[in-house]
Structures are given as structure tokens and as C-alpha cells.
Design a protein around this ligand. Structure first.
Ligand SMILES: [Zn+2]
Length: 137
């Protein structure tokens, strides 16, 4: 399947069950924790490689001129992503694949600890709605 093609909608619950069936090799919570951290670093590394090896995105960073009086529209205009360009087709595939592995180990950790990932998503979404833009940090 090619990146961007629509797959039949899969719930986080189904994904978490699928991961549970696959998780035979890394059953120890210590293995899962280290794989989880490693996969997080791999996401970061894939973005760094897009910058330093491919060059499809660049980083131009400076101080953010943030103020509490800003409206959401002001903030969208004034706050910088510190990034120029966009991921090329190759890099977006690599980054997405690393995010996928990170999600796999997130689901694994949830399985081991009895955390319902679908509920985590729903609770976090509710929290985003309640807190609003400026408190998301
Ligand atoms: Zn690229």
C-alpha cells in the first residue's frame, strides 16, 4: 500500500488488540519501555535526517515573540514553526513509518499496563477542547 492511500478505518482498540497478539518477543515491561524510548528517538532522527541529509526541510530558529494577550489568529501569524519547506515523498514515508513503530510500542506499553488507548485518545481530545489553545504545553 502506498503512503496516503486510505485504509479501512481501524480503531485504536483493534490496533491495540492486534499489537497484543504480536507482542511475544518483547513481553517484559523493561523491553517495551526501552523499545518505546528507542522508537521515539528514531522519530526524531528521521526528522533530523530530512533536514541534514535530504534537505527537503530546513530549520531557521529564533526567539518566539509570545504574549498572553495574543488571540489565536495573532499566534498563528506570529509564532514560528522554525521550519521551512516540507517533507518530500521519501522522507514523509520514513517519518510516518517511525511514528507507526512508536505507536506500536505505545500500544504495547498500554497493553502491559492495562491502559485503554482508545480511551486515552478520547480523554486527551476532551482535555484539548476544555483547555483550549494557550494551555496546550
Ligand atoms: Zn526529504
Amino acid at each position: 500500500m502506498h503512503w496516503g492511500e486510505k485504509m479501512n478505518s481501524l480503531s485504536l482498540k483493534e490496533f491495540q488488540d492486534q499489537v497484543s497478539d504480536l507482542l511475544l518477543r518483547h513481553r517484559s515491561v523493561l523491553d517495551v519501555l526501552s523499545k518505546f524510548t528507542q522508537s521515539n528517538a528514531a522519530v526524531q532522527r528521521s526528522v533530523a535526517k530530512a533536514i541534514t541529509e535530504c534537505g527537503c526541510i530546513q530549520v531557521h530558529a529564533g526567539k518566539q515573540h509570545y504574549s498572553t494577550e495574543m488571540t489565536i489568529n495573532d499566534a498563528k501569524k506570529l509564532l514560528e514553526t522554525h521550519m521551512a519547506g516540507e517533507l518530500c515523498e521519501n522522507c514523509v514515508e520514513v517519518v510516518a513509518s517511525e511514528i507507526g513503530k512508536n505507536l506500536f510500542y505505545t500500544a504495547s506499553l498500554c497493553n502491559l499496563l492495562g491502559v485503554d488507548l482508545q480511551k486515552v485518545l478520547e480523554d486527551e481530545s476532551k482535555r484539548c477542547t476544555t483547555l483550549g489553545f494557550f494551555n496546550m504545553s
